[in-house]
Design a binder for this molecule. Structure first.
Ligand SMILES: Nc1ncnc2c1ncn2[C@@H]1O[C@H](COP(=O)(O)OP(=O)(O)OP(=O)(O)O)[C@@H](O)[C@H]1O
Length: 251
């Protein structure tokens, strides 16, 4: 077992050269994430959360500083992007096929992850036959099936109704136990409920202004946790930091 961090960013800055000029999205980010942590990133719109995630995923190269990631990352996007010509199981198997995993093993793994996200009965369905929440669960199964040590999630529940969102939060909490997760969300409550650590970013340029460990009992169910004093206090603290750093306060 290695005790190396899973993710390490040192002195990371990032500036976009856009059509409307230069935008410094990130400023002096130093961040270390250890294996098994569930780290959420919250902050006002445009503060650089997605940029941070994309740097870690390797989609963007930092203008300054270093980004080190130990092992592969699976990325779950806000909107599910399933292949419409493949069945639900075909979508989940796709990454495994690319890795030349034998057919039987692919089938079994896909089935296991579809069961895990509650889609076992829909293995042969086409993606368009699934609701938005089911498509998102399929995307999560597809990412998890390749068993990446790190999962990066960019506002994965943003487009879902409240009930589906709550169900998926509970599923994710269960699924995430043996993984390292970096989770971008606009919901402070969601961040506190799911995470072992919450980061708050300030806008333009994005900096980490709060790094708060969250101690909740993993055995407790989400409904009990939602109203627990520890969660309420942490939510209040995080919300306060987010609001203080939001230039245009939203109602
Ligand atoms: N490809 C790009 N070219 C130019 N500027 C960009 C690009 N991507 C992001 N930016 C700018 O970088 C800043 C950070 O954007 P980013 O998408 O990381 O923020 P965010 O915190 O994820 O926002 P939101 O919560 O609204 O999704 C913004 O000012 C944005 O306009």
């Amino acid at each position: 077992m290695s005790s190396d961090p899973r993710i390490r960013l040192s002195g990371v800055e990032h500036t976009f050269e856009g059509r409307s000029g230069r935008v410094q999205a990130l400023d002096r980010i130093d961040l270390t994430i250890e294996p098994g942590e569930f780290v959420s990133v919250v902050g006002a719109s445009g503060c650089g959360k997605t940029t941070l995630l994309r740097l870690i995923a390797g989609f963007v190269h930092a203008s300054t500083g270093t980004v080190e990631v130990d092992g592969e990352c699976g990325v779950v996007f806000q909107r599910p992007s399933l292949y419409p010509w493949l069945s639900v199981a075909g979508n989940v198997e796709f990454g495994l096929k690319m890795r030349r995993v034998p057919r039987k093993e692919r089938r079994e793994t896909a089935r296991r992850y579809l069961d895990l996200v509650g889609l076992g009965e829909f293995a042969d369905a086409a993606p368009y036959e699934l609701s938005g929440g089911m498509q998102q669960r399929c995307q999560i199964a597809r990412v998890l099936a390749t068993e990446p040590p790190t999962v990066l999630m960019d506002e994965p529940f943003g487009a879902l109704d409240a009930l589906t969102r709550e169900n998926l939060q509970a599923e994710l909490r269960r699924i995430a136990k043996e993984r390292t997760v970096l989770f971008v969300t606009h919901s402070v409550e969601e961040a506190v409920l799911l995470s072992t650590r919450v980061l708050v970013m300030s806008p333009r340029p994005g900096k980490i202004v709060l790094d708060l460990p969250i101690e909740t009992d993993p055995a407790q169910d989400l409904d009990t946790l939602r109203t627990s004093p520890a969660v309420l206090a942490a939510t209040e603290k995080v919300r306060d930091h987010v609001q203080r750093r939001t230039p245009l306060r939203q109602a």
